[in-house]
Ligand binder design. Structure first.
Ligand code: C2O
Ligand code: CU
Length: 464
């Protein structure tokens, strides 16, 4: 699969963006205070793989992949009138945003599913600025893989100074030679291993051989991993990116560890990159997460224009923190969550040919309905959760409703104690997180490798 991916990237070649001035942004939704944004989900045909390949039948928000970039200001109220034009039920989940429970988009848990032809009005205040995204939470392994993903950006009240604000929503598709979506969704071979990893990686819905940049400019690059299962580790060769936010939440600006920006499914990273190359130069952006499967994601292609400035912009890049409640570690309640199962692991006792294959604390959940809470906590309580990965696989564990601080990894204090909504655990790793259970309700906790989530690796946190 990585072979065909590399080939496809090469095949689509330099013609792809020839003549294009700038990387086209996903169109911004016109947002006015008080006015509802319309958002529909339905079938569409789009060109993903490049002009040498036919269009692909997908499911899309607003007819394109990714869906419209929803942009608001911190403190606004988002009003989104959603219409389901898909042939099956769906919902929309606002990944990483602190929304009231009834707006969280989990069918059978926080709302009734939106049937085919149905509508649902979402409305929530935007407490936090940052880079977030939206996707379905019904049959999500199939629906996300069909293209139902979109960026949700909440601008800071006082944004940092940059020359351009770029966003790359990364998608991963398993396509046939004719660029049709390959079938076999939920195949046990994927579900018991690393999930449905594809063969075609897209940036904002297209294979992009290069991305135009200008010497001397400072770019804020918002990265979103919207793939079902693929983890990325991006190396911006020849550049020194600074990480300024993770999962939408500001972090002390720092160079990515080992020079690689790791993004698991669901995760985001905001980078500041000073374009330090010379006019006409090109630099590869390489994804090397899986050993021996590195490939070129794209290339930063410098225009011939004279540098925008001679030395890097002298302006602060640290973002103001969001108003998150600080965990009270002294008064915290503790709970371990043990991840089990998968190939070569301890399969759940009720495992059948289609699952479940994974479990949290021995419980293998299939479907959102009638889930007994795994954790129950009082409103306002600080919860410390230790994830213990006893499997041989990677798992990005995602908690709805409450961004959490990462306290430690494998017993070592976490360097930045960053706020996140999804924490990636390697094989046999542990991580300790802490959060304040601010809002009552039932909230999902699950692996964001969607084939793992759907075959047992999910649970409910109940806040009473
Ligand atoms: Cu982004 Cu429960 O998901
Ligand atoms: Cu997993």
């Amino acid at each position: 699969m990585p072979l065909s991916l590399t080939r496809r990237t090469l095949l689509t070649g330099s013609s792809l963006l020839a003549g294009a001035g700038l990387l086209p942004r996903a169109a911004r939704a016109a947002v006015g205070q008080g006015k509802a944004v319309s958002l529909s989900a339905g079938p569409a045909r789009v060109n993903l793989a490049g002009k040498d390949f036919p269009d692909t039948a997908v499911w899309a928000y607003g007819g394109r992949v990714p869906g419209p970039e929803l942009r608001f200001r911190q403190g606004d109220t988002a009003r989104i009138a959603f219409a389901n034009d898909l042939p099956e039920p769906t919902t929309v989940h606002w990944h990483g945003l602190r929304v009231p429970n009834a707006m969280d988009g989990v069918p059978g848990l926080s709302q009734a599913v939106v049937p085919a032809g149905g509508r649902f009005d979402y409305e929530f205040p935007l407490k936090d600025a940052g880079t977030f995204w939206y996707h379905p939470h019904a049959n999500s392994g199939v629906q996300v893989a069909h293209g139902l993903t979109g960026a949700f950006v909440v601008e800071e009240r006082e944004p940092i100074r940059v020359d351009r604000d770029l966003l790359w929503l990364l998608g991963d598709w398993r396509l046939t030679k004719e660029a049709e979506l390959a079938g076999g969704f939920g195949h046990p071979m994927d579900a018991t291993h690393a999930g449905r990893i594809g063969n075609t990686v897209t940036i904002n819905g297209a294979v992009r051989d290069s991305v135009p940049v200008r010497a001397g400019e400072r770019v804020r690059l918002r990265l979103i991993n919207a793939a079902n299962a693929r983890v990325f580790a991006l190396d911006f060769r020849g550049h020194a990116p600074q990480v300024i936010a993770l999962d939408g939440q500001p972090v002390t600006p720092h160079a990515p560890p080992d020079g690689k920006v790791v993004l698991a499914p669901g995760q985001r990273a905001d980078l500041v990159i000073d374009m330090a190359g010379k006019p006409g130069e090109g630099f590869d952006v390489v994804d090397g997460f899986y050993p021996r499967m590195a490939y070129r994601l794209t290339r930063l292609a410098y225009s011939a224009e004279a540098p925008l400035r001679d030395s890097p912009l002298d302006a602060p890049i640290a973002l103001a923190p969001n108003p998150l409640p600080e965990p009270d570690l002294v008064g915290a309640v503790r709970q371990d969550v043990v991840l089990d199962g998968g190939m070569h692991g301890a399969m759940p006792r009720n495992a059948g040919p289609r699952g479940p294959f994974w479990a949290l604390n021995g419980v293998a959940a299939m479907g959102h309905h009638h889930l007994e809470p795994l954790i129950t906590v009082k409103r306002g309580q600080t919860q410390v959760t230790a994830f213990v990965n006893e499997t041989g696989w990677w798992h990005p564990m995602h908690l709805h409703g409450f961004p959490f601080r990462v306290l430690s990894r494998n017993g070592q204090p976490a360097e930045h104690r960053e706020w996140r909504d999804t924490v990636l655990l390697g094989p046999n790793e542990t991580a300790e997180i802490a959060f304040v259970a601010e809002e009552a309700g039932d909230w999902m906790l699950h692996c964001h490798i969607l084939e793992h989530q759907e075959t047992g690796m999910m649970a409910v946190l109940r806040v009473t």
